[in-house]
Design a protein around this ligand. Structure first.
Ligand SMILES: [Cu+2]
Length: 405
């Protein structure tokens, strides 16, 4: 199937889009095979924005005359990344000097069921196989040293743009890897807060990869930990790491979700679905029900939970039904947290943190409080909390009964 994704500029098809960027797609028009070249060839034609991105990335790659980084005083440690909704082992208050934190991520392409009831599925583009990608945690002043590996059996080019980093398109310009390639990027965490990272191969491939799951979050803690507006320390017992994912899954003429044989096969159809700006699904952690029922998160009364919410593409508004955001950092950890918040805001392309200490047992629904998205599109998680009920906070004075007439 051949479609024009940039009318008047270039023709694209499954074979040339697999190259990764629109730029590579342009090169494919010259007759190069979909996977023929290991490196991105210079495009003959490209739209202005993509051309500019290509140029910046090229300059960054070519500039090897800068002074070496001063790594004296740093200690190297490895961080074992874990699948969401969990967080890697970490210190809330940093001990010792700054660290170089070594992590490894693989750009895994895998078929995922999005909704068992409808059979909706997606060839997810992932970091380490999960949607969202794993949570990375460091402290301000640390360096993240990422080995990014694209498995040989992948069909697409990937990279990574860390919103927490500075320079080279967030590292995106230095990390393009084709199947069978790896790269190592080191960047310094200079801004405390929660930040999105995502794949950004170029042009229309950027939203395509992001809306196929290729995003996640980094939390950069202040060295002395989280604090309230008066500087009092705030500690959490557990982290709930939630990635909200909007999918735009193509349907056939009968309204059934289409299935595809390999990653990238849905590209042209996906672009049509994405152009509607209307997601078919908006889910937490990759699929409808990933955090409900048997998969609900479990806490106890008295436990303090830090909810980290990532949305790489679209605004959202988390709400904990039956609870609150006692402290909410929508932006930097350097800013005073908001307090006693009912519903907080996560800007598209951001991660945010909200802290709550459970006071009552029961089932809490954690939702996107666009309730249509929560109930119809999938953006719901359940927290099951055990402990003693407190009638001082709430009591059912009269159970529902027929009233006297
Ligand atoms: Cu990618």
């Amino acid at each position: 199937m051949t479609k024009f994704i940039n009318p008047g500029l270039m023709k694209t098809s499954r074979r040339n889009v697999l190259r990764g960027s629109v730029l590579a797609g342009a090169a494919a028009m010259t007759g190069a095979g979909a996977m023929a070249a290991r490196r991105t060839p210079m495009p003959l034609k490209a739209d202005a924005t993509s051309a500019k991105l290509y140029k910046v990335a090229g300059e960054q790659t070519a500039d090897s005359t800068a002074k070496s980084a001063d790594l004296s005083g740093y200690t190297r440690i490895k961080q074992e990344l874990v699948a969401p909704p969990f967080a890697p082992e970490h210190e809330q208050v940093a001990t010792g000097g700054p660290k170089i934190i070594e992590i490894t991520m693989e750009t895994t392409e895998r078929l995922m069921v999005v909704d068992e009831d409808t059979g909706a599925s997606v060839w997810a583009l992932t970091y380490n196989g999960s949607v969202p990608g794993p949570l990375i945690i460091c402290h301000e002043g640390d360096m993240i040293e990422l080995t990014l590996r694209n498995p040989e059996d992948s069909v697409m080019e990937h990279n990574i743009d860390f919103h927490a980093s500075t320079g080279a398109l967030g590292g995106g310009g230095l990390t393009h890897v084709y199947p069978g390639e790896e790269t190592v990027l080191r960047w310094k965490a200079t801004k405390p807060g929660c930040f999105t990272y995502h794949c950004a191969p170029g042009g229309a491939m950027i939203p395509y990869h992001v809306t196929h799951g290729m995003n996640g979050a980094v939390m950069v803690l202040p060295r002395d930990g989280l604090k309230d507006k008066d500087g009092n320390p705030l500690k959490y017992d557990k982290i709930a790491y939630i990635g909200e994912q909007d999918y735009y899954l193509p349907k056939d003429e009968n309204g059934e979700f289409k299935t595809y044989e390999v990653a990238g096969d849905d590209y042209a159809d996906s672009l049509d679905a994405m152009r509607t700006l209307t997601p078919t699904h908006s889910v937490f952690n990759g699929a409808v029900g990933a955090l409900t029922g048997e998969n609900a998160l479990k806490f106890n009364v008295g436990e303090t939970v830090l909810m980290i919410h990532n949305q790489a593409n679209r605004d959202t508004r988390p709400h904990l039904i039956g609870g609150h955001g006692n402290y909410v950092w929508e932006t930097s950890f350097s800013d005073d947290p908001l307090t006693g918040v009912e519903t907080w805001f996560v800007r598209g392309g951001c991660a945010a943190a909200a802290m709550y200490t459970f006071e009552q047992p029961g089932v809490y629904a954690y939702v996107n409080h666009n309730l249509i998205e929560a109930a119809l599109l999938g953006a719901t998680a359940h927290f099951i909390v055990e402990g003693e009920w407190d009638n001082n906070l709430m009591e059912q004075v009269v159970a529902p009964r027929p009233f006297a007439t």
